[in-house]
Ligand binder design. Structure first.
Ligand SMILES: C[S@@+](CC[C@H](N)C(=O)[O-])C[C@H]1O[C@@H](n2cnc3c(N)ncnc32)[C@H](O)[C@@H]1O
Length: 250
């Protein structure tokens, strides 16, 4: 391995553990990062031609931004050392995480809801939720628990849509005047006619355990998405999608 490749591998290894960095694996996370104004510092690929072909086909709007970036081309056997092994487009990029101001997010007077994930366990699920939240125009996604919602696996699951909303991990939900609604299979059925109150925080539990008691106790309402008998729950990202699109304007 040449010295420059070794340095690159080390740079990526460090970035994966750096809370200020985002490692974008694959084309779609890079596409959304550029589209939503991320500070991308470097792109690494095995084929510049293939990278620009993909951009021209799938996202012509980002071609100019991509062209302005340093694109490093490495041999396939080097690339496999830079990324966890998986099938993909052999593209990895580095970006800076935007600063997430949680107090400002919570104090914002706009009506858009915030999604709160209580100790989620599966990073691709976190990504799928962030993707839905960005699409539905949620103000942000907050997570509690040990997992970093900016982990490369979550960025992959979200197709990089972290850059289209606010995403942050918090030790616990801070004090806030926002109405807190717990999505819980044993809650009152969601009222199809009534929108969420403005500025709602919609709280969802973890995949296995559901919502923790402290959040259930704190919630102003517990609401369920009705299911046929025998079905115990929806998947986390599906529940978030139903809730966010429950009464969305436009
Ligand atoms: C996979 S479920 C967890 C199931 C868990 N065994 C439980 O009993 O809550 C993940 C989260 O999605 C939400 N969820 C799933 N299905 C739901 C439903 N039918 N109504 C309301 N929330 C639901 C809840 O917030 C739940 O904690």
């Amino acid at each position: 391995m040449a010295n420059a490749d070794r340095q690159l591998a080390e740079q990526l290894r460090r970035a994966r553990r750096d809370v200020h960095a985002a490692v974008l694996e694959g084309f779609h996370p890079l596409k959304h990062a550029l589209r939503f104004g991320a500070g991308v510092s470097q792109v690494v690929t095995t084929s510049r031609e293939r990278l620009f072909e993909l951009a021209a086909q799938l996202a012509p709007d980002i071609v100019a931004a991509l062209d302005a970036l340093p694109v490093r081309v490495v041999a396939e056997e080097i690339f496999t050392l830079l990324e966890p092994p998986r099938r993909g487009e052999q593209i990895v990029a580095l970006a800076a995480r935007p600063h997430a101001d949680v107090k400002r997010l919570l104090d914002d007077t706009g009506a858009a809801p915030i999604v709160l994930l209580d100790a989620p366990t599966h990073l691709p699920n976190v990504g799928a939720v962030i993707r839905t939240a960005a699409a539905a125009g949620a103000a942000g996604v907050l997570t509690t628990g040990v997992h970093d919602p900016w982990h490369p696996a979550a960025l992959r699951g979200a197709a990089g849509l972290h850059f289209a909303t606010t995403v942050a991990r918090v030790p616990a939900l801070p004090d806030t005047d926002r109405p807190l609604i717990a999505l819980h299979p044993a809650g009152e059925p969601i009222d199809r006619a009534a929108p969420w109150p403005p500025r709602a925080i919609l709280a969802f539990g973890s995949e296995r355990r559901g919502l923790g008691q402290p959040l259930l106790d704190r919630a102003h309402r517990r609401v369920c998405i009705p299911m046929r008998a025998g079905v115990s729950s929806l998947s986390l990202a599906t529940a978030v999608a139903v809730a966010l699109y429950h009464h969305r304007d436009g």
